[in-house]
Design a protein. Structure first.
Ligand code: BGC
Length: 716
């Protein structure tokens, strides 16, 4: 019976891949036939933008425009063909939690659901390509766009990105993984030249993009603004021709970031397929004057360049069109639907990370809590329109205060603004006094603070801490929040701090005295509801940090060893592979909260780890996990690989597997994680190839990079 089933599955899979291969070869024939019918002017119009977010089609051949839209966590508001905001259009939809929040769920199937919402809403709005996911490695906590990205760890990124892409593309919309690559700082993103070792490139910065292509089958990629080893990424011979299109065999479209092309010949020969946004770049150009505009027509007509170079770009664009529902739609898609909002909420619920819970201050009891002081400007701030190109018009947005009030109808809330969101602002004495007053007269105080997006994308509002085009000045809490929190904690020892934002913040001034700390990120339109449900225990938190929270900025390897931001136009990543926990663990620097950390209202026990290797070298780790507490909960089980004796510089441990498991009280499940050969490999710069060091490895399993509970060994 089992065998029959297996034969059945194998033949269905076989049938699907044969069918896929047939459609793709049929499409290639159609594409070649279309290209034959085009004149050079028509082809060239297809390889550069003809409005803010579109590139031209060929109407006489029935080829429509290709329509793109930001951005990673919702379909961007409507700009029409220009850059202004269109009025009176239905562009208020689902606002999902941001990228770092999605990654902190450590739940790839939620990545798929998230992508499905985006793909479907993009289709409804007439967009063919959604400009996300953003997956740049979080090298420094100061990068203004960390909130859009996922993690400091390439393995976690690789796992989350595939689900997202498949979700988007399951809806007939193309995903666009960005920004390829090493766009790790914003201030000088258009000019900085990034220098890093080949090993850091291969082990840290490329794996997410490689997985996007080879496992996610992503249709499009966006080339970053910055340079890499002296050449702009968007037309970088090594990165694009050699690695992306060569080694990985990428067959889709490499579009430039908006205004990232700087040279016609390099763009032509080094793989840029579509030039976008040079009307906002420097210099500002009209569409026919783009680098891949009329100049290219002249080059071909004068015989200075073979037309086949242009044909190849057009072929890729048409290929993406055939793989996307550009010519006809199978369904209209959905917009702001109840199902989509439910996904936004689910992601928010699983993304919240309980960082500290001393004396079980959380969850708060709905029955016995009579009054709560809610302090902080972030308690009432809406975030959907903040941060830059990722802005979305949300159908609605539940703030933390609104979320709490909706759940706790019988509790008295004493609100105090606490601080003002404006650069260099500090709370006035009156503000502190109000906050202290509110804290004193309440059973519990909740400070909702942290970072803030700027709102005004057009003028790069100077209060933008989590925003495109700017980096944070430092990791210290802005707007004088340290003073505020210290005063509140003094007034009421039962204080909980909720952090909103795109990543680490310096908590050293109050972390020791504060009983409860929650990281809530930018949780999307239902973020406030999810937060309230966690605070009152309706939801048991199951998020884990996808990025280390260091104590102080001075501990961060990019700042200690490397350049951040670049100096004189060059950023040397001297820390190499030692990014995030790879550095903190190896160099024995104690973080504030470790990579993978996140508490629960229940407890979990890890037991019975067995590590086995089969004849083909596949290593299988199995262990059991039991919910030993009193409430239902989810645990992200994490597996790290450690090389016992090493002849090369290696990180103390590297994440190579994880699985999120939900358990009823008393329930036990067995987790199986398989480790392929690449889980043990490093990039050998002398041989320019992946290599396996022989010898003993330790397999370490636990609930965070710092709480390894069981371990076993394997020899290779
Ligand atoms: C951003 C991209 C975005 C594009 C289009 C650029 O400035 O870097 O992430 O997709 O604009 O809005």
């Amino acid at each position: 019976m089992k065998k029959q089933l297996l034969v059945g599955i194998v033949s269905i899979v076989g049938f699907i891949s044969v069918a896929k291969a047939q459609t793709s070869s049929q499409n290639e024939e159609k594409i070649n036939a279309l290209i034959k019918k085009m004149i050079i002017e028509e082809k060239v119009r297809m390889i550069h933008a003809n409005s803010s977010f579109t590139s031209a089609g060929v109407p006489r051949l029935g080829i429509p425009e290709l329509v793109t839209s930001d951005g990673p966590h919702g379909v961007r508001l409507e700009h029409g063909r220009g850059w202004g905001e269109l009025k009176d259009v239905n562009d208020s939809g689902t606002y999902l939690p941001v990228g770092v929040a999605l990654a902190s769920t450590w739940n790839p199937s939620l990545g798929f659901e998230f992508g499905k919402v985006l793909g479907s809403e993009a289709k409804y709005r007439g967009k063919n390509v959604i400009l996300g996911p953003g997956i740049n490695i979080m090298r420094s906590p100061l990068n203004g766009r960390n909130f859009e990205y996922q993690s400091e760890d390439p393995y976690l990124v690789s796992k989350m990105v595939v689900g997202y892409i498949k979700g988007v593309q399951s809806q007939g919309t193309s995903a666009c993984v960005k920004h390829f690559m090493a766009n790790n700082e914003e201030v000088d993103r258009g000019t900085v030249d990034v220098q890093m070792s080949e090993r850091a490139l291969r082990e840290i910065y490329l794996p997410g993009f490689k997985a996007a292509v080879m496992e996610g089958d992503v249709n499009t990629i966006m080339g970053a603004y910055n340079k890499f080893r002296g050449q702009f990424c968007t037309h970088n011979e090594y990165l694009v021709n050699k690695i992306m299109k060569g080694e990985w065999g990428f067959k889709g479209v490499l579009m430039s970031d908006w205004g990232a092309v700087h040279n016609t010949m390099e763009a032509l020969y080094n793989g840029t397929d579509l030039e976008m946004g040079s009307d906002i770049g420097t210099p500002r150009m009209s569409f026919p004057n783009f680098y891949l505009g009329d100049t290219v027509v002249a080059l071909v007509k004068s015989g200075k360049m073979p037309e086949s170079i242009v044909d190849e770009k057009v072929r890729r664009i048409l290929r993406v069109m055939f793989k996307t529902e550009v010519f006809s739609k199978t369904s209209p898609g959905e917009y702001g639907s109840a199902a989509h909002i439910a996904t936004a909420k689910k992601v928010a619920e699983e993304s919240i990370v309980l960082l500290k819970n001393e004396a079980h201050i959380l969850p708060l009891s709905l029955a016995t809590t009579k009054s709560i002081a809610i302090i902080g400007a972030n308690a009432t701030r809406k975030n959907s329109m903040g941060g830059g190109s990722s802005q979305v018009k949300a159908l609605y947005e539940i703030t933390p205060l609104a979320g709490l009030k909706s759940i706790a109808k019988d509790i008295v809330f004493n609100y105090a603004e606490g601080y003002t969101i404006a650069r260099n602002a500090t709370p006035t004495t009156a503000m502190i006094n109000d906050a202290v007053e509110a804290a004193k007269k309440s059973d519990v105080a909740i400070v909702v603070g942290g970072w803030a997006h700027g709102y005004n994308y057009a003028v790069w509002d100077d209060n933008a801490f989590d925003a495109e085009g700017v980096d944070k000045p430092d990791m210290k809490m802005p707007f004088g929040q340290d003073e505020l929190i210290k005063a509140v904690v003094k007034a009421n020892p039962n204080t909980i701090v909720v952090l909103i934002g795109g990543g680490p913040i310096d908590m050293t001034q109050w972390v020791g005295n504060t009983k409860g700390i929650i990281e809530a990120w930018y949780g999307g339109m239902e973020g406030g509801t999810a937060l309230a449900e966690v605070i009152f225990g309706k939801i048991n938190p199951s998020g884990k940090l996808p990025v280390t929270f260091p104590k102080v900025l001075e501990d961060v390897p990019a700042h200690k060893m490397g350049d951040f931001p670049g100096k004189n136009g060059v950023a040397v990543y001297r820390e190499g592979i030692f990014v995030g926990y790879r550095y903190y663990d190896t160099y024995k620097v104690e973080p504030q909260f470790a990579f993978g950390h996140g508490l629960s209202y229940t407890d979990f026990a890890y037991k019975n780890l067995k590590v086995a290797k089969d004849a083909a070298g596949l290593v299988t780790a199995t262990f059991t996990i039991t919910n030993t507490g009193k409430v239902y909960g989810g645990e992200v089980t994490q597996l790290y690989v450690h090389k016992n004796k090493t002849a090369i510089a290696r990180a103390e441990k590297e994440l190579k597997g994880f699985q999120k498991v939900f358990l009823q009280p008393g329930e036990t499940k067995t987790v199986t994680i398989q480790l392929r050969k690449d889980a043990f490999q490093y990039y050998d710069e002398d041989k320019n190839a992946w290599a396996t060091e022989k010898g003993d490895y330790t397999i370490e399993v636990g609930g965070s990079s710092k709480s390894i509970v069981v371990s076993g060994g394997v020899s290779l």
